[in-house]
Design a protein around this ligand. Structure first.
Ligand code: ADP
Ligand code: MG
Length: 183
């Protein structure tokens, strides 16, 4: 019966999103190490399975085949207990996520991080602009109930530690509130 319904019996599903360079992958790897939740990196999943569509010359990258991504991880997401790492969140089924954490970074800090990645000037500018316009935060607020969307500052290593603690606390609270359905 468990697979038939939307009860996340393996734990909560947590989305970690934000503009590239805000610290999603760093945070996610520590989070799964410390909680035992399952990591789903949408970027890695797409790369491994070639879930790409058309080349977008504007963005200088291939479009993600969102339908294939959803089909691939639907079963796993229905069971719960996943941490999802991606710079977008508007195409997933809303019921998948119990919390959406949006990492935010100061413009100049983000600029320097992206420069270290050897991104082109254009790609750096686009991403910094995206952060200034709070594109990912608005996308999260448009796609999910505002009660489950959390904005987290991610400028310094101290912020990283604080964010880890915040998310781990949130997970513990969720688990204590859903004790009767957890395996
Ligand atoms: P994303 O996955 O969002 O693109 P990453 O986790 O790859 O971001 O982080 C990009 C770079 O910024 C890495 O070098 C990482 O060490 C650094 N970084 C990320 N978050 C922070 C933070 N809160 N404080 C200091 N450095 C950070
Ligand atoms: Mg990343």
């Amino acid at each position: 019966w468990k697979k038939m319904c939307d009860i996340h019996f393996k734990g909560p599903n947590v989305m970690i999103t934000g503009t590239p360079g805000t610290g999603k992958t760093t945070l996610c790897s520590q989070l799964v190490e410390q909680t035992g939740l399952n990591l789903i990196s949408i970027g890695e999943l797409a790369k491994d399975n070639n879930f790409y569509g058309e080349y977008d010359s504007e963005l200088q990258s291939y479009e993600l085949d969102e339908d294939k991504v959803i089909d691939e991880i639907d079963e796993c997401m229905k069971e719960g207990g996943n941490v999802v790492d991606y710079h977008g969140c508007d195409f997933f089924p809303e019921r998948w996520f119990d919390a959406v954490f949006v990492l935010r970074t100061d413009n100049t800090v983000l600029y320097e991080r992206l420069e270290k990645r050897n991104y082109s000037q254009r790609k750096i500018q686009e991403n910094v602009q995206c952060e200034i316009m709070r594109v990912v935060l608005d996308e999260a607020l448009d796609s999910y109930k505002s009660e489950i969307v959390y904005e987290l500052e991610s400028d310094t290593p101290d912020h990283m530690e604080q964010n880890l603690a915040t998310i781990k606390n949130w997970i513990e609270k969720w688990k204590s509130e859903h004790r009767q359905i957890l395996e």
